[in-house]
Design a protein around this ligand. Sequence first.
Ligand code: NAD
Length: 351
Amino acid sequence: MKILVLPGDGIGPEITEATLAVLDRANSKYKLGLEWQTEEIGVAALKKQGSTLPEAVMEAARGAPGIILGPVDHLQYPSREQGGINPSGEFRVKLDLFANIRPAKSRMCVGLTGKPVDLVIFRECTEGFYADRNMFMGRGEFMPTEDMAIAVRKVTARQCRRISQVAFEWARKRRKKVTAVHKANVFHISDGLFLREVRAVAKEYPDVELDEKIVDAMAALLVRDPSKFDCIVTGNMFGDILSDEASEISGGLGLAGSVMAGDDACCAQAQHGSAPDIQGQDKANPTSLILSAGMLLEWLAARHKRREFSQAARSIEDAIDAALQSADTRTRDLGGTLGTKAFGKHVAERV
Ligand code: NAD
């Protein structure tokens, strides 16, 4: 099975190298039969090929059973017409990777609020306010006059239903609670539609409790007591913001794994960005991408009925948890001394 590896921008190449060290070890120990096809995207590809997502890479992504995508610095990208394509948004729409699944877990016993965090955010990621993906043609953001800008928000019943189904399926295997986060007090129609679909899906899961929270209150409640939450389902922008908050209170952005998944494909992607402020300094924490790769293995295990993939994923997570128990084997963002490379090597040896 050939996995497409796209290191991306900023700290991307460093954390990808550390992740591959861990995956290589899991691959040989559990005889997974994985191969890597590494391709250039982002600023490096723009310089050489005129596009941050060359068509050949997009074609490889269409045929790949799984993708590992490093963070991309799309804030720096030029317009689409000048070759600036956000690979993340493009994959979500073109490969139908609608479910961005973002766990937040305090792996060092307690989170920053002194309370344990163990929750998963299910973020619909192909529509909402995201201008690069919410139109069939053109962008959902425009400027009728030089002093006025308008952004369009897209919400469809189908995508609300699909993301809710993923959240309820996960909740069944976890603590059987789904919290739907919305702003229906203001967005009566669009978030009203979201709530209508979540409630309809909830009826198919009578064993799972449905809770509803307005997004601004949710931001406070997450800090007040994250242990009250298990599975959180929401739209694109609320999910993007709340997942950074949740991962930060669980211990730090560098700890947060994530996948974007559809029915037929899955892409491992760290929750954080390309962190240009620490690029090339061997300071980045690769945990987020390593855990994301573990989530990809779990997805492949379910999809291809390969138990050894699941065993490998669990072993990677255990190795990360063990490394994080001591400050001596943590990266600097978590008060440790290890660099990106050394941390990857340490985790790989414990898989
Ligand atoms: P960021 O997530 O890159 O960084 C925020 C802060 O967290 C920085 O101080 C950074 O040093 C730190 N940080 C992030 N990841 C870390 C890690 N693994 N280890 C240690 N510290 C880490 O957010 P930003 O600076 O706002 O964005 C930079 C670029 O990334 C922008 O172009 C943005 O659009 C892009 N971005 C990409 C993705 C993605 O590819 N999935 C996600 C978010 C942002």
